[in-house]
Design a protein. Structure first.
Length: 207
């Protein structure tokens, strides 16, 4: 019988060597050398499904090493040691590499080639996942499937349905970027209703 950890390690090596967005891109090629950033182990029970690395994460090679990561860990009630424990927490963005920025300095969307080439394979190599956090609309579209709404706000508002009806359960979250401060202020129910449940479920899953 194939060892799941060996399968994942082999797959991870292939992903880290991937150059599809440069050598066979859909549209314009990645404007810099690929540097896939993710963490995963076959024993992980929590999956954080994000968008794509930003500039700081591209430089560090480690997921969420930026202010967004500080806020996300606060939302989860989680310290850095637990967050970066790959044996417990998998962090798998929709695009593994920093996609570059537009003329206004905003990050571009995740590369479409990435998820199509690797996502299903990588998720299949994570058999112990008990909860998925879909951070941002790109991750929500993939992980919510038919439950995905027309907007991020609609997805997050219907978090109970996603948690109850999907397997593994999914909790949709806004991206923890400072760019979403206005959204958080406009939707206080997120911090009042979603975050207490989120923290409790994360503790339960990782216990």
């Amino acid at each position: 019988m194939t060892n799941p950890d060996d399968t994942l390690k082999t797959l991870a090596r292939r992903i880290r060597a991937c150059r599809i967005c440069v050598d066979a891109p859909e549209g314009a090629p990645l404007p810099h050398a690929p540097r896939p950033v993710f963490q995963a182990a076959a024993t992980a029970r929590l999956l954080i499904a994000g968008q794509a690395p930003g500039t700081r994460v591209h430089a560090s090679g480690r997921p969420f090493t930026d202010p967004s990561g500080v806020r996300l860990r606060a939302w989860l009630g989680m310290d850095e040691a637990t967050f970066y424990d790959a044996s417990r927490v998998a962090i798998v963005p929709m695009g593994f590499c920093f996609p570059g920025q537009n003329d206004k300095g905003a990050d571009l969307p995740p590369r479409r080639e990435c998820a199509r080439a690797w996502r299903a394979q990588l998720l299949a190599a994570l058999p112990e996942i008990r909860l998925i956090l879909a951070v941002g609309q790109y991750a929500q579209k993939w992980h919510l499937g038919k439950l995905a709404g027309r907007s991020l706000t609609e997805n997050v508002r219907h978090w109970r349905q996603a948690h109850e009806e999907l397997s593994p359960p999914v909790i949709p979250l806004p991206h923890p970027s400072w760019r979403n401060n206005a959204w958080l202020k406009k939707n206080p129910w997120f911090e009042e209703e979603v975050l207490p449940f989120l923290r409790a479920r994360v503790r339960e899953v990782l216990a």
